[in-house]
Design a protein around this ligand. Sequence first.
Ligand code: FAD
Length: 415
Amino acid sequence: MPRYSALQLLRHGVRRGQFPRAWREHEIRPRYDVVVVGGGVHGLATAYYLARNHGIRDVAVLEKGYLGGGGSGRNTAILRSNYLTPEGVRFYDRSLELYRHLATDLNFNVMFSRRGHLTLAHTDASLRTMRWRAEVNKLQGVDSEVVDAAEVARLVPPLDVSTTPRYPVLGALYHPPGGIVRHDAVVWGYARAADTLGAHLHQRTEVTGIDVEHGRVTGVRTNRGRIATPVVVNSTAGWSTLVCDMAGVRTPVQTFPLQAAVTEPVRPFLHAVVVSGTLHVYVSQTDRGELVFGGSVDPFASYSMRGSLEFAEGLAAHVLELMPALSKMRLLRQWAGLCDVTPDFSPIMGPTPVEGFLLDVGWGTYGFKAGPVSGEAMAATIATGRTPELIAAFGLDRFARGELVGEKGAAAVGH
Ligand SMILES: Cc1cc2nc3c(=O)[nH]c(=O)nc-3n(C[C@H](O)[C@H](O)[C@H](O)COP(=O)(O)OP(=O)(O)OC[C@H]3O[C@@H](n4cnc5c(N)ncnc54)[C@H](O)[C@@H]3O)c2cc1C
């Protein structure tokens, strides 16, 4: 693959040639060392770090639709590491660190934009949780602090911080390193880099069965034939329980739809990401000027990816409580994706009782930001046969041991 550079762009402009395709199509081999199921950011990052960090290149990523067609192409791309547990904070902070250098690593502009992230507190109880989070964050070396309403108004002038609203803003957890990224670019960047290093990316290839003999994986069955392999990674997020069923592995995961919406573009005026857990809404402004909104998952488990009028109405009402000046803005579109939610709002990563069948699931509404660190950690798990310390707390066996990593207070609406 040629490197993208200003010179390349100039040459391309002068010659008016076609850029080569970002990744190639390959014949499916009858056997791979590693098969990753799911062509989202997690599956692609795993393939990339397997090749880059460990020299394991005989890897196939199998995607039933198109790369990034799942949550990775539908999310609102908020990045942050201000979680509630030390395990969570350390883990997401490593991801943020990888995101900071991702454009250079992948030779692909992922449009990472550090904006600052504000989680609003509307009650004394949420202010208490913010203080708790701020202390946990600081102990892990992560920049977070509780700020008062006047500082919130300074950081986000369009916010109504008067005492008039039903839920007045009392303060916020301010996390300067938080921001946004361009989700498609992250997916395409990982895909291009993984392909360049030798991984095979097979789109329109659905895994329909997993062969297990004497307690270990021997291969996968797909709509395009059988593939032998000793290692299968389940990176299918909202569909993960269906793939787990194929291997006979049970997980406490439920799938819920999550909706989001975007407005027409306007001049930049909102520089931070603003989240209100109480009002179930969050908003950021893209580099192109659109406002991107999201909220909580739909209140029922489902595989539906349809938007609903109820969501749009609720969202508009809540956004206008925060920023009444937006009342004239028009929504351009809304959409939904699937979220694989665990009981403690932390992921499930690492080995299962079936040898060779690994999980990278349970990403709920917050897994896009974890793509880089998850890929790095899953690749290390496969290459070394050992679970890295960074993800040791996220094993499937924690549910049997009752050692949950409770992140609900920091992960639910916050994304
Ligand atoms: C509206 C919305 C907003 C969100 N906002 C944020 C946010 O701001 N920040 C954040 O960090 N996270 C956010 N998330 C969550 C985030 O999108 C996901 O956690 C993340 O993208 C999961 O990535 P993944 O690679 O694990 O899964 P996905 O990107 O969902 O990829 C899984 C892939 O597996 C494929 N697949 C499924 N079954 C099979 C099979 N049998 N065979 C082959 N392929 C299969 C699917 O087609 C899919 O492409 C949001 C999610 C949604 C829906």
